[in-house]
Design a protein around this ligand. Structure first.
Ligand code: SF4
Length: 571
């Protein structure tokens, strides 16, 4: 049963997130969202400069100490963010506040400071407060030696907030010696551990969440966390580099008598039997192979042009239907991926060099097949300087040049969140920009160890900032709950995603993650209803749905829905 409270505060613990990814997600929620959010995370080493930032307050060459420098539109001067520091970004609608005048901003800054002061008191540091004219939270504020323990820098526009606070729990304090924090020369910086308080990040997040839910959600809140554990033990053998295992054949009753050797971690016999049992596909997952003439024609063309399709590589159950309808998903940049997601049947050997003739051949294949809609996908090529971005742009341009009538959808990796490389793809203006978030925050590490929830939200947010039609996909059956699906669909809607596809996970081999649940066709219909009720223009959801399934129709439906929504809002 899904719980939905009025105006909840949506709390998201996102783990370690680069400053730029967090900024992209903040901007998306700030500009396109309507719900209240509190993003909680840690940043890698970075110095940020506010609107009054003075670079001379950075005393070293940041790259010498492994830190980035980012200019931002928050108030204040230079500050440091890094591991061991809890960063909180409230994205709130401040009730009754239309402007963002000084009075409103000061009042809001005080409410953020109060949240941190109360949190510190709960953690055992009760001598904290504020100093007028010096935003932030101080230990012994009225003493001769006040010490700053949390920086506060916000932006309040049209009654909506972004940026927030950075609370020093146990960061590497030497980084503060490399700057004049907030441009303040005569006061020092401290941390909970320096004040003798032994508190963990998880404890601080729990207290901040509870107090913030009361303060900004009237006690109503939703909370989703990415996995707190980072141990190898939770990964599938495939993601641990043990390669694909035994391919799962349809299970006969006999297999249930444990004769089957199962090689996954330390599991009880009972667990192994359960896994084998789960392996038994329900009848709605069975498909009829209809190798019609279109299917055979398409197969011949793809062979003759030495092209690879995801349809074949991933053993997609919809291949007969899609090819029968003249849509196919071309796999670019080779078949070897630099990652090993726990659900993906991909070759993880050392990737080969880029085939620079591939854009021409894909364009020719689209032409030969007279495709109205072409999907280009890629493996992750973290071995390439631009992650493959320029090659994908070339393919879009070649397909467009030879097939001006054809719509082009690209399904890209996160390109390691590199804004320039993402821009390279976005600038080719694909008709649909697709990037799969794959699963809910809690399962991200297990399902896609080299990717991340916040990173993927950031990729999708930046694509939407470019005005593209944005799409993402979720695979279910890996252990997610209904509530997590609801919250994840909400996050995708709030950042501005136009199309979401939802399909049932199928386990490719015994070394991949086990199927935890077969969701029923009715439950998939429910996901569609939920997603579209949340405001996502189009949700394609069924057991056999895959990211490019019914892609052409989905694009049309989403565009129509988005334009009718826009006209109803008079925009
Ligand atoms: S990055 Fe993509 S192709 Fe590579 S393993 Fe993950 S899902 Fe498969």
């Amino acid at each position: 049963m899904i719980e939905t409270a009025p105006n909840p505060l949506n709390i998201r613990w996102l783990g370690k997130v680069s400053y730029n990814d967090a900024l992209a997600v903040q901007k998306a929620l700030f500009n396109r969202g309507s719900e209240n959010y509190l993003l909680l995370l840690e940043h890698p080493h970075v110095f940020t400069l506010g609107v009054r930032g003075d670079t001379s307050n950075i005393l070293v060459n940041p790259s010498d100490i492994g830190a980035d420098v980012v200019k931002t539109n928050r108030g204040g001067d230079v500050t440091y963010h890094g591991p061991g520091q809890l960063v909180g970004y409230p994205i709130l609608n401040l009730a009754g506040k239309r402007g963002g005048g000084m009075a409103d901003t000061v009042a809001y800054v005080h409410s953020v400071e109060d949240l941190v002061i109360e949190t510190l008191a709960h953690l055992g540091l009760t001598n904290c407060g504020r100093i007028d004219q010096y935003p932030g939270v101080w230990v012994d504020p009225n003493s001769a030696n006040p010490r700053k323990i949390a920086a506060v820098g916000v932006r309040l526009t049209r009654g909506r907030t972004m940026h927030g606070f950075a609370l020093n729990i146990e960061p590497d304090m030497t980084y503060f010696d490399s700057i004049i924090p907030c441009g303040i020369t005569d006061k020092s910086v401290t941390s909970l551990s320096r004040e003798g308080i032994d508190a963990s990040m998880a404890e601080a997040v729990a207290i901040v969440s509870e107090l913030a839910a009361k303060k900004w959600g009237k006690g109503n809140f939703s909370r989703m966390d990415v996995s707190w554990r980072t141990s190898q033990s939770e990964l599938s053998p495939f993601s641990k580099g043990e390669g694909p295992g035994e391919v799962l054949k349809p299970v006969e009753e006999s297999a249930l008598n444990t004769s089957q050797p199962v090689t996954i971690g330390r599991k009880s016999k009972k667990q192994k039997r359960a896994e084998i049992a789960i392996g038994k596909k329900p009848e709605w997952m069975r498909i009829k192979a209809n190798m019609g003439s279109e299917y055979r024609e398409l197969k011949k063309s793809i062979r003759s042009l030495e092209l690879t399709t995801v349809c074949e590589e991933a053993g997609c159950p919809n291949i007969f239907e899609c090819w029968g309808q003249g849509t196919a998903t071309f796999m670019a940049l080779g078949e070897r991926c630099t990652r090993a997601c726990g659900f993906c049947l991909v070759d993880t050997r050392k990737p080969q060099a880029i085939d620079h003739d591939e854009p021409r051949r894909i364009a020719k294949a689209v032409n030969q097949m007279n495709l109205e809609y072409a999907v280009i996908t890629m493996v992750a090529r973290d071995d390439l300087k631009d992650g493959g971005a320029n090659h994908i742009r070339e393919i879009i341009n070649e397909v467009r040049y030879l097939n001006p009538q054809t719509s082009v959808e690209v399904l890209i990796s996160d390109l390691k969140g590199n804004a320039d490389d993402l821009q390279t793809v976005f600038s080719a203006n694909p008709d649909v920009m697709n990037h799969n978030i794959e699963t809910v925050p809690r399962l991200q590490r297990q399902v896609r160890p080299s990717a991340g929830y916040a990173r993927s939200l950031a990729v999708l947010s930046q694509a939407k900032d470019e005005g593209l039609v944005v799409k993402s996909s979720i695979m279910v059956g890996l252990g997610e709950t209904e509530q997590e699906m609801f919250e994840t669909l909400k996050d995708l809607k709030e950042i501005g995603v136009d199309i979401v596809t939802i399909g049932q996970y199928l386990r490719p081999t015994m070394n991949h993650l086990p199927v935890q649940r077969w969701w029923t066709p009715e439950e998939f219909k429910e996901f569609k209803k939920i997603g579209e009720a949340l405001g996502i223009p189009h949700v394609e959801s069924s057991p056999l749905t895959r990211s490019s399934y019914h892609a052409k129709e989905a694009e049309t439906l989403a565009k129509n829905k988005a334009s009718s929504l826009a006209s109803s809002r008079g925009r």
